[in-house]
Design a protein around this ligand. Sequence first.
Ligand SMILES: O=C(O)C[C@H](O)C(=O)O
Ligand code: SF4
Length: 514
Amino acid sequence: MKHFEKSVYQLIVETSTNLPVDVRKAIKRAKSKENEGTRASLSLSTISNNISMAETNISPICQDTGMPTFIVHTPVGANQIEMKKDILSAINRATQNSKLRPNSVDSLTGENSGDNIGEGTPVIHFEQWEKNDIDIRLILKGGGCENKNIQYSLPMELEGLGKAGRDLDGIRKCILHSVYQAQGQGCSAGFIGVGIGGDRTTGYELAKKQLFREVYDINPNPDLQKLEEYVMKNANKLGIGTMGFGGEVTLLGCKVGVMNRLPASFFVSVAYNCWAFRRLGVLIDSTSGEINEWIYDKGSDDKTNDANQNKVVSDKGNHSSDQKKVVLQAPITEEQIRDLKVGDVVIINGAIHTGRDALHKYLMESESPVDLNGGIIYHCGPVMAKVDNEYVVKAAGPTTSIREEPYQGDIIKKFGIRAVIGKGGMGAKTLSALKEHGGVYLNAIGGAAQYYAESIKKVDSVDFLEFGIPEAMWHLQVEGFAAIVTMDAHGNSLHADVEKSSLEKLAQFKESVF
Ligand SMILES: O=C(O)C[C@H](O)C(=O)O
Ligand code: SF4
């Protein structure tokens, strides 16, 4: 199979950079349901714009290219050992060419392997079938949405919904709860795959497998079809919206599968996938290794961007006249920060510094290599390329901020940081530090990695490269970097408000339906 490696490489590049048509359609539909000018609508414009940019630039849609997971069906007698070698080679090549971010991290030492290859990564499932072609499907599911997966063990008591029993109605409650608990942190609006039954392991596998179904297919099982339709109709009533900003559309797809279980166990496993729902597949000729056919429609001609695309979040926020647009340049003063309120749009120029999990832990015990007084921290793990010995940003959207909740408040105060950019919001401890010290939390659009990469004009330098590319502290110069104040120095948090109101809305689904 002379061309197999090249075909797998093509599959990886397309999956990372070119969103499938059914996903684009779902995003376009969501956009049409949001009122013009709202935060949700403007965020969806940024997302659509980002999707087009990724396709044009042949660069990752989102900087987190996830856990590459392949499901391969091979003809009887095909050499799976050779295929695996080729898949690893293609993964390595795609990583070196900045189509994938190096994402394989040693869980004990924290060392990044640098090529996406390591114990357990990538994931490759082989199965035989009685056809002549090789069917190979790939999903790149990022870590932020993976963290929002959830597994329920019935019967149980669910927040807002009461008792969930071992029946279709109990399953219904679990699914609605799963959407609620994700809030905007998995880059809503999202897609869910649900696995009913199995054990803890196969339940999650079944859930993830559902994500390989087309967004607009119809479940052949009438009960599950009914359930999927119900969830699609009702989950959006939770009002969480794109990025958790509030809005009409929270869920873009729901696919449910079922398998047998043990008498003692009843699991409902939910795999949450962000809007950057990257999965494609190919049928490959098992003699030549050439691609015969693409299994899902690839993006290309369905341009989802619209007239609003370049206005993005820099337009007025949610129809309120006291929300303003402010240009900030570090170092920022306390006075400038105290002047900002939730809903304001901020345009950042000048220096920002990336920092995520490893850096926050480090800064708790050690000094910063640069002066952060009045500075801006960006929760981001970019994709970088080295061109002529200089680093160039290839993709750089925000990462989920809540992971830094144990550290952030202390770090803001210790180093005099004035603004934190991320996504999904932070908790009570950070909110109180923002109030005490005079700081803001700025929400960028999760997944919009091409859009933000464009506003990064220069990489000044880097510290802690030994943490790996995503975890290093990159010192960047930005121009026109737009984000929304979602937590201010007056104790207000849009995230806390949306969480509270969505919990109230969840309670309307308490009564039994099925
Ligand atoms: O690791 C990242 O860059 C982002 C992650 O997928 C997240 O959603 O937090
Ligand atoms: S940052 Fe958002 S869009 Fe990207 S992988 Fe994470 S959850 Fe998905």
